[in-house]
Design a protein around this ligand. Structure first.
Ligand code: MG
Length: 249
């Protein structure tokens, strides 16, 4: 199933996406959801971030192709991103005027479906509702020089998310591409993840209780590059779809 969250006229709701048609659901994603019988054409709605997380977590250094000459971490290298950084599909990325080296990072994102605390990897696998695409926008100078990553990865609009959540997604079989102005600039397979989604979520859940709707960005493959005003960046995951954002001028 593909789930979307969208605005149609004044109403924000969730729906099931099939082809170009959205079938509205009631009860939210995690409650007793049911279809209302109302359908809407995809082209008439504004897609929003596909869930409403209370927590956004992310992992760094999770592909060998992204390590360069750094050694692989022994434990998942987790950090927090404020929810105020979330950006909907087609939303504009705003780079602060004093940022000088702001990079894209295309990533697979896991959406938590149940309260998860102290989970084993097997339990963590079962706690995943589905997967979507994310872009972990990162200002490299601040990432290197600030004590914390609060602004390097947390500025408003630095966490694009969407366009839909896919359930029953066998990530091991799929891959990701990031395109900058139409050119492929990153490519990876999820079988190459150093810590897979259950391992990451299990680790996080030893310290932090995850709740339905929370999201975990699972790291970026290969090399990243800088964004500039006017750029279009697309994160394309086979079996999910394309998250497209432009950089505001
Ligand atoms: Mg990242």
């Amino acid at each position: 199933m593909k789930y979307v969250r969208y605005q149609f006229r004044e109403t924000v709701t969730y729906g099931v996406l099939e082809g170009k048609t959205i079938r509205e659901i009631s009860g939210g994603l995690f409650g007793s959801r049911g279809e209302t019988g109302v359908t809407t054409d995809l082209q008439h709605v504004k897609l929003l971030c596909p869930c409403e997380p209370v927590k956004v977590l992310a992992i760094g250094l999770n592909y060998r192709s992204h390590l360069g000459n750094r050694t692989a971490p022994e434990k998942p290298a987790i950090f927090n991103v404020p929810t105020s950084a979330l950006l909907e599909p087609e939303g504009k990325i705003r780079i602060p005027p004093d940022a000088e080296d702001t990079h894209y990072e295309g990533e697979l994102v896991a959406v938590i479906g149940k309260t998860t605390r102290g989970a084993t990897p097997a339990e963590a696998k079962d706690s995943i509702f589905g997967f979507t695409c994310g872009n972990d926008i990162s200002e490299r100078n601040w990432q290197k020089n600030d004590l914390q990553w609060w602004r390097a990865k947390g500025c408003d609009t630095f966490a694009p998310l969407g366009p839909c959540i896919v359930t029953d997604f066998a990530w091991q079989q799929y891959g990701i591409k990031t395109r900058l102005n139409g050119q492929v600039v990153q490519e990876g397979r999820f079988s190459e993840l150093l810590f897979d989604p259950p391992a990451i979520i299990s680790h996080i859940s030893q310290y932090i209780t995850l709740r339905p709707g929370d999201v975990v960005y699972t790291g970026t493959p290969g090399n990243t590059g800088a964004l500039k005003p006017g750029d279009t960046v697309e994160v394309d995951i086979e079996g999910i779809g394309t998250l497209c954002n432009t950089v505001s001028g």
